[in-house]
Design a protein around this ligand. Structure first.
Ligand SMILES: NC(=O)c1ccc[n+]([C@@H]2O[C@H](COP(=O)([O-])OP(=O)(O)OC[C@H]3O[C@@H](n4cnc5c(N)ncnc54)[C@H](OP(=O)(O)O)[C@@H]3O)[C@@H](O)[C@H]2O)c1
Length: 156
């Protein structure tokens, strides 16, 4: 996207985007991002949006498509895997979407960017054990003035 500056944070984000072949997100994340992402969203891959409300697929500039999936998390993941090739499927959020994939044990790696700002409230990312794997192995902890970038692998 235009603006901003090149720094370690943007390098890490680029690495993440480059490794991603398809994205799954919830309809709330889509709604809050839609206007900000504009005509040329940063994903540049197919994006599968979970919702109970069917909508036609949106084709944006730069390779991003938004396909609205109404038959559940497994269907969205299967469709994302089918187009991701050798790259990762990124379960981008929000919390309610990620919690469902965590509960089914479908997440291999977790990347968190912790920003030094106290909001005092928010949605719980980890709620209810489900089949949540208990052990996580840290793969990377990297701190910049803007964020602490955490990467973990779930030990199954
Ligand atoms: N900090 C970050 O990096 C980050 C990342 C992502 C999101 N967010 C924020 O998190 C907030 C949204 O999180 P959230 O947990 O409220 O919502 P969400 O997970 O983004 O979306 C929830 C919606 O997705 C649909 N959905 C979820 N599971 C479904 C299923 N199994 N089958 C069919 N539809 C399903 C439903 O949409 P319908 O109501 O249309 O049926 C549901 O209302 C936003 O404010 C967003 O900006 C932040």
């Amino acid at each position: 996207m235009t603006g901003g500056e090149e720094n370690r944070d943007s390098e890490l984000m680029r690495e993440w985007f480059d490794a991603t072949g398809a994205v799954v997100m919830g309809r709330m994340m889509y709604d809050t991002g839609e206007e900000f992402w504009g005509h040329n969203p940063p994903f540049r891959t197919p994006v599968f949006v979970l919702t109970h409300r069917p909508r036609p697929t949106l084709v944006k500039e730069g390779g991003t498509t938004f396909t609205f999936v109404t038959d559940g998390i497994h269907s969205a993941l299967d469709r994302a895997k089918a187009v991701a090739g050798h790259r990762n499927v990124d379960i981008a959020g929000g919390a309610s979407t990620l919690r469902q994939y965590l509960a089914e044990g479908l997440i291999d790696e977790l990347q968190l960017q912790v920003v030094p700002a106290l909001l005092g409230a928010g949605l719980r990312l980890f709620d209810g054990p489900g089949r949540l794997p208990r052990r996580v192995e840290p793969l990377r902890v990297e701190e910049t003035p803007l964020a602490t970038h955490l990467k973990y692998r779930f030990v199954k």
